[in-house]
Design a protein around this ligand. Structure first.
Ligand SMILES: Cc1cc2nc3c(=O)[nH]c(=O)nc-3n(C[C@H](O)[C@H](O)[C@H](O)COP(=O)(O)OP(=O)(O)OC[C@H]3O[C@@H](n4cnc5c(N)ncnc54)[C@H](O)[C@@H]3O)c2cc1C
Length: 305
């Protein structure tokens, strides 16, 4: 198997590096920072929620190194860095260097702006994430919700070991990026006054699912539109779908049960999310109800199933 990566390293990616319980435990590095409590601020009021399943944060480069080290020697995987791929036809990939690769199976793992997906002519839908990093230490793994300011988007503040990744996730069709950026900067000034802050970074999150199997072409992660629309979570969905497609390529009869579970959860979460979109005036009340329900015995399990 040949992996073509346009960057000079595997791993760097505009991302907040948060992992949820959807992330397979064996692919979560032991060095990840663990959180057993979530702070949820709804329209300025803080709620603290004890988590039944912890969240983690990890720099994307560290996550990639950990997962790369899991590839056994002799597995027959060749990773070529600094090689940008183009689809020439259904079975041929061309590179900017003039090389061509032909294969019976091509896997598009090329993210939210996937060229492999584009070659299939599949429609796509994306949200946007913008963030900055603050050089400080914090313990609060926080989400900020406020219908009047962010609509169905939200702000996050995720601590890493030596910094805090703080950003905003939103649908640019509903909130203009310049406004979102202003809201983010306002929140940074409020939470971390006078602290050194990195320049902003941003990226797309693709969440319109369009199937993983397309007659010899396979899509995984954001290329398949597998990120969760409500939260923008897409690391776990990329990893789970990648592993499932890997198993499928080894055994064509493999039914991909983990992908089926993921899709069922994505569908359920998107139904709840459409409720929020349909009734914007009710949004903050619904958020409070979710928090109350999540505090009940079995509540978190119900929403996370
Ligand atoms: C600002 C932001 C914050 C986020 N925070 C989180 C978070 O905290 N937790 C979470 O779970 N998700 C988060 N996400 C979503 C998550 O980053 C993505 O869903 C996830 O990275 C998707 O993984 P992927 O492997 O499908 O694509 P990617 O991680 O985008 O990987 C695609 C790879 O393909 C390479 N590539 C692309 N085109 C080509 C080409 N033509 N030729 C060769 N190589 C190519 C790219 O260089 C890249 O390495 C965030 C997204 C953004 C934008």
């Amino acid at each position: 198997m040949v992996v073509l990566e346009r960057q000079r390293a595997v791993g760097p990616k505009a991302c907040a590096g948060a992992l949820s319980r959807l992330m397979p435990a064996d692919l979560t590095p032991p060095s990840a920072l663990r959180f057993d409590e979530q702070v949820v601020e709804i329209a300025g009021k803080e709620h603290r929620l004890r988590l039944e399943t912890p969240r983690f944060t990890i720099p994307r480069e560290t996550l990639a190194s950990y997962q790369l080290a899991k590839i056994p020697n002799g597995a027959g995987v060749e990773i070529m860095l600094g090689v940008r791929a183009r689809m020439r036809d259904r079975h041929t990939i061309a590179t900017d260097g003039g090389d061509e690769w032909s294969a019976d199976s091509i896997v598009g793992a090329d993210g939210a702006l996937s060229i492999v997906r584009r070659s299939l002519g599949l429609p796509t839908r994306r949200s946007l994430g913008i963030y900055r990093e603050v050089r400080t230490i914090s313990k609060d793994y926080a989400l900020l919700l406020d219908a009047a300011r962010y609509g169905t988007g939200y702000l996050w503040s995720f601590p890493h070991r030596d910094r805090v990744n703080i950003g905003i996730y939103f649908d640019p069709g509903r909130l203009a990026p310049a406004v979102a950026r202003g809201l983010l900067d306002g929140e940074i000034a409020r939470r971390f006054p006078g602290m050194p802050v990195s320049p902003p970074k941003s990226g797309w999150v693709a969440h319109r699912y369009a199937g993983v199997e397309h007659e010899g072409i396979y899509l995984i992660g954001d290329a398949a539109g597998l990120a969760l629309r409500a939260t923008g979570e897409g690391i776990s969905t990329a990893v789970v779908s990648g592993r499932e497609i890997g198993r499928k390529l080894k055994d064509r009869r493999y039914a991909m049960p983990e992908l089926a579970r993921l899709l069922a959860f994505k569908k359920k979460q998107e139904r709840l999310f459409s409720l929020l979109e349909r009734f914007p005036g009710m949004q903050d009340t619904l958020y409070r109800l979710f928090i109350t329900a999540k505090r009940l015995p079995g509540g978190q399990r119900f929403f996370e199933r």
